[in-house]
Write a protein that binds this ligand. Structure first.
Ligand code: ZN
Length: 259
């Protein structure tokens, strides 16, 4: 029998404001009993959002997963789309990452999962060493399955590399040599193009389904990425996507993959 195809939902940029979009997206995931991983920016999240997250997590323990999204989303350099990677050293990144982890511990205790996601998707070798040093169980980035990317990931994995020709090698669904954390990356996104901090062009529902089907032909674990603050006019679309996916696939939190 073919292995089950499983969907996980990741929602990035949970920060200071308790947006109605964050609440609505969470309500829809609960309505369809679809687990969702909310990726929290530890330096930016407010007490109000922490309390709300704790409340929904306590009421829906298997459906709400709280994970970490960087440290402060590089709010110090608003025009540079990079928080980790670049020329940042191990020590510098380790300090920021562990500061974020301590904040997550102080907000959520044992109600959050040690999964790390990268603001803007950027990292370097030293970031991965810092993730390992800080004791995370998994990272979540992005993976696509074009012929070119599949070849890059195949060659990179067989050589045990994290980068090949400066391109990230994905270890989706597995561990890297020398490291003990897993990678579970997203392969579908609702947003085609980000216009500014609040507005984005979305894919059509059919295009989202196509991304999911395409990913499902290459992997058993299909991640779908959300950014709640951009989705205010797209909740009927999200409702339809979740309803359809629920019939077709199983669903899981990220940590359930490795337990
Ligand atoms: Zn982000």
């Amino acid at each position: 029998m073919a292995p089950e195809k499983c969907i996980f939902l990741r929602n990035d940029d949970v920060r200071e404001s308790l947006d109605k979009e964050l609440i609505k997206l969470t309500e829809l995931s609960i309505k369809y009993k679809f687990p969702i991983s909310h990726a929290v920016e530890p330096a930016n999240v407010s007490g109000e959002v922490v309390e709300w997250l704790l409340d929904v997590k306590r009421n829906n323990p298997t459906l709400i997963e709280i994970i970490q999204h960087g440290y402060d989303h590089n709010n110090r350099n608003p025009h540079i789309k990079m928080e980790f990677g670049g020329t940042r050293t191990f020590t510098d990144q380790y300090n920021t990452i562990t500061k974020g982890k301590e904040l997550m511990d102080s907000y959520f205790g044992d109600l959050w999962s040690p999964v790390f996601t990268f603001p803007y998707g950027t990292y370097n070798e030293a970031t991965l060493k810092a993730i390992e040093g800080a004791g995370y169980k998994a990272i979540s980035g992005k993976i696509t399955f074009s012929a070119k990317n599949k070849l890059k990931n195949l060659v990179g994995r067989s050589l045990g590399r994290n980068f090949i020709f400066n391109k990230k090698v994905s270890y989706h669904c597995s561990k890297r040599q020398m490291f003990s954390f897993y990678e579970f990356s997203v392969s579908a996104n609702l947003i085609r193009k980000y216009l500014d901090n609040k507005n984005a062009i979305h894919y059509t529902t059919n295009e989202v389904f196509q991304q999911i089907e395409e990913a499902a032909s290459h992997t058993d674990k299909i991640g779908v990425l959300f950014h709640h603050r951009f989705h205010s006019d797209h909740f009927s679309q999200i409702d339809e996507i979740l309803a359809t996916m629920k019939d077709k696939y199983t669903s899981s939190t990220i940590m359930s993959f490795i337990r």
